[in-house]
Design a protein around this ligand. Sequence first.
Ligand SMILES: *Cc1c(COP(=O)(O)O)cnc(C)c1O
Length: 395
Amino acid sequence: MHSLAKFARSKMAEIAARNLVRVLRPTARGPAAGAGLTVQRNGRTLTSFSCNDYLGLSRHPRVIAAAVAATERYGAGAGASRYVTGDNPLYDAIEARLARIKGSETALVFGSGYLANLGIIPALIGEGDLIVGDELSHACMHAGARLSRATIKLFRHNDTAHCADILAAARKNHQHCLVMTEGVFSMDGDRAPVKRLAAIAQAHDAWLLTDDAHALGVIGGGRGSAHADDAAGDVPLQMGTLSKAVGAYGGYLCTDRDTAEFIRHRARSLIYSTGLPPGTLAAIDAALDLIENDAAMVERPLMLARRFTDAMGLPPAESAIVPMVLGDPAPALAAAQALEDAGFMIVAMRPPTVPEGTSRLRFTFSAAHTDDDVARLIAAMKMPSLVPRALAHTA
Ligand SMILES: *Cc1c(COP(=O)(O)O)cnc(C)c1O
């Protein structure tokens, strides 16, 4: 056998021994808006509590119509990077909307949230500088931090005193400093203390970057974590994705004009990667319009998540994400399977997506869920034949 395949096979044996094999399972999402949030897998229709489509906008008729019209008008692909011929006029409209929603001077759209962090962090921070990050920050923030070649120090999750201690000890040894966190944590659903972090960062002349992937469209009246924490003007770098509540694809940064202008010249993931497809841009524009104007829709995911946590006796949801930590991968997989047998799709999250020993069910709530979807989920969670058996596994 070739040494490459032999290497891959032995690494996979290690992964399998730890119950961490991941399977890609063909999943069709649908049907149309108004019929709940369902997916088709293995010929079965399941009610999904695992999509990040928090407002159901990926299926909204106005969003779809806008994407179809732009595709017919401009074609399926962008043709080149934004700096060559890929800067479709829709970018201007979207960046203006994002800036308005976030209350920033301007915004910059990237190919994805992941690409945004890979571009933004190394554009601002380099060798000899310091990055201080929440230990649970998303993989793409860590990836951007490593690309920057700065010194990286992590503080305990949401522990602002620990963050301040690190800055007090280390800030003086570095020229520039970035503090990074998620606004809403993707696997835990809790919120960062944005206002306090902003004050600490400012006191140490550090720049705060919040990743609002799970906050835009859901908290702070849809305007994200800084607004939710009464810190609207206090966060100089607010990034996020256009693939979750916005229902399309892409990433963004909201910031001041000078910083945006500089990042535009230095963010390699923006300069050297093709622009977004026109249909995607039109979908983003239509979806942001709905987020700006439909307050009832924006309130619904958090309202449904709270209904679930109240019914389950869990701490009140702070976002559309509710975790149920089960420990080892095996009980988490068993619980997910039991729920699938009952007609639901709730994906088990395992390391390295979550820390060792914290495998979990991760429920996400969406404005697209009907009241009945949530009532049936609560009933299923209380059936003794279902999840409690999996819970007993860890008790
Ligand atoms: C999903 C996610 C991203 C990546 O965004 P994409 O647009 O999917 O690449 C970044 N940060 C966080 C916190 C996320 O949850």
